[in-house]
Design a binder for this molecule. Structure first.
Ligand SMILES: [Zn+2]
Length: 456
């Protein structure tokens, strides 16, 4: 399929459908040993056929993921051409992606002599840390098939299959569109793209007209839509809500749930691939049928994933250390899947704050999830906040409130309790005015700008 750039629409649909069926029914492992056998078989093929086609790996003798040198975003960007099998340079890819972004026309593609159409895109990382992705047409179709297979509830699947019904209508909010998402459009899927550059409120009327069955958006956008729904301005009743691109925090989840009477599901997806999805029982599972995960443990339940994506054939993601903190769920999920269950995606590694232990002076990590729970105890309740650590100075930005001093005092008490509980030194606290981040920029409520000077 790779070799012929011109493929009929029928072949494309067939290929996508095949991956949909495979991911939905055939690769649903209930036994861990079967899942591991599948991974082993695919990894062997990956080492033999795919890795040697990227010049960086061509002369390395590799037989197991643990023999692959580690990589991260910086290495991927620095050695872009050597780490893709199409030999596309970073400059080539970047020029095209930026052109698409500026013109807001996301259709351009690179034509490769043997691989055919390649889609290039920029990931929505924080400014200065944006990643580039490169996918072939075949990968794009496979991705679309798998994404639908993993995220579509049965009721909405029927919407596609029963041709006498209205086509499945999806409203998709993103900072930038991409060929990747347009792949999902078809006669049976009406795919509405909403460009975040124009904000959310501007789209109320269009959404009321579209009446989407499914809503896909970052949590900050879902939150705004939930507020508009509660005000009665927005009258949509989506049957399925998917949170993407940012961490879905518990307070946002509750608000979205209250407004739409639907529990939002999550897809955890980045430039690095399609990493995890919510099952029908509402739990997050790692996408281990396509990705081999190693776990770099931070404590008994938290880890940073190191991934080898054996489903990617153009851009190599091998032993790639992600900057994210995941929390494992120890009890198995009632859905019966053998794929690891995740209790939460907590955030990025630079969102772990640190304070010195009262006993030893050593740095004790304060994970974002712990801090979020402490902030949920504040009275009057907070809609938004931002906490920034610079050494022993914590700045807490709060929105304007009529009982501001009472709220500040409550934050102070909540953080004091937290420090007592963890037996760490209380930082110096100062308060500032909270400002909303522009839509489409990633929201970071907690950020460590400068860690504490650790005791040896
Ligand atoms: Zn499950």
């Amino acid at each position: 399929m790779n070799k012929s750039p011109r493929i009929s629409a029928f072949t494309e649909k067939w290929f996508m459908l095949r991956h949909f069926v495979q991911a939905r029914w055939c690769l649903r492992f209930t036994r861990r040993d079967q899942l591991e056998a599948w991974q082993k078989k695919n990894l062997a093929d990956y080492f033999k056929r795919i890795l040697p086609r990227a010049s960086y790996y061509a002369n390395l003798k590799l037989g197991h993921p643990e023999q692959i040198p580690f990589m991260d975003k910086a290495k991927m960007m620095a050695e872009f051409a050597a780490r893709n099998t199409a030999n596309i340079t970073k400059e080539e890819a970047q020029t095209l992606a930026l052109q698409a972004e500026q013109s807001r026309d996301f259709s351009p593609i690179l034509l490769h002599p043997t691989l055919g159409e390649l889609t290039v895109g920029l990931s929505s990382g924080t400014s200065g840390h944006r990643g580039l992705f490169l996918v072939s047409r075949e990968e794009r179709l496979r991705w679309a098939g798998i994404l639908l297979a993993k995220t579509l509830p049965t009721a909405l699947l029927k919407q596609i299959i029963f041709f006498w019904r209205r086509p499945l209508s999806i409203a998709f909010f993103l900072r930038a569109n991409s060929n990747l998402y347009n792949t999902l459009s078809s006669r049976r899927i009406d795919f509405g793209f909403y460009d975040l550059v124009q904000g959310v409120d501007a789209y109320t009327e269009k959404l009321n007209q579209q009446q989407p069955h499914a809503l896909v958006a970052p949590p900050t956008v879902l939150k705004r839509l939930a507020e508009l729904r509660m005000k009665g301005v927005l009258n949509i009743q989506p049957q399925h809500i998917l949170s993407v691109a940012e961490v879905l925090e518990p307070d946002d989840k509750q608000l979205i749930e209250a407004a739409f009477a639907r529990t939002p599901h999550q897809i955890y997806q980045a430039t690095e691939g399609f990493l995890a999805y919510t099952c029908e029982r509402g739990n997050l599972h790692l996408n281990e049928a396509q990705i081999y995960f190693e776990k770099d443990w931070l404590d008994e339940t938290r880890f940073q994933p190191v991934i080898t994506d054996f489903s990617r054939t153009t851009q190599i993601i091998a032993r790639y250390k992600l900057n994210d903190i995941l929390q494992i769920k120890k009890t198995p999920c009632a859905c019966g899947r053998a794929e690891t269950t995740i209790a939460a995606i907590e955030g990025r590694a630079d969102q772990i704050l640190q304070l010195p232990s009262l006993e030893t002076g050593n740095a004790i990590p304060i994970f974002p999830d712990i801090l979020r729970r402490a902030m949920m105890m504040v009275n009057p309740a907070l809609d938004e906040y931002r906490i920034e650590q610079k050494n022993m100075q914590w700045t807490i930005d709060l929105p304007n409130h009529e009982n501001q001093s009472e709220q500040q005092q409550s934050v102070r008490e909540a953080l004091t309790r937290l420090c007592t509980q963890f037996q760490v030194q209380l930082p110096q606290l100062s308060f500032g005015n909270w400002q909303p981040v522009p839509l489409g920029t990633k929201r970071r409520r907690i950020i460590c700008e400068e860690s504490i000077q650790c005791m040896p």
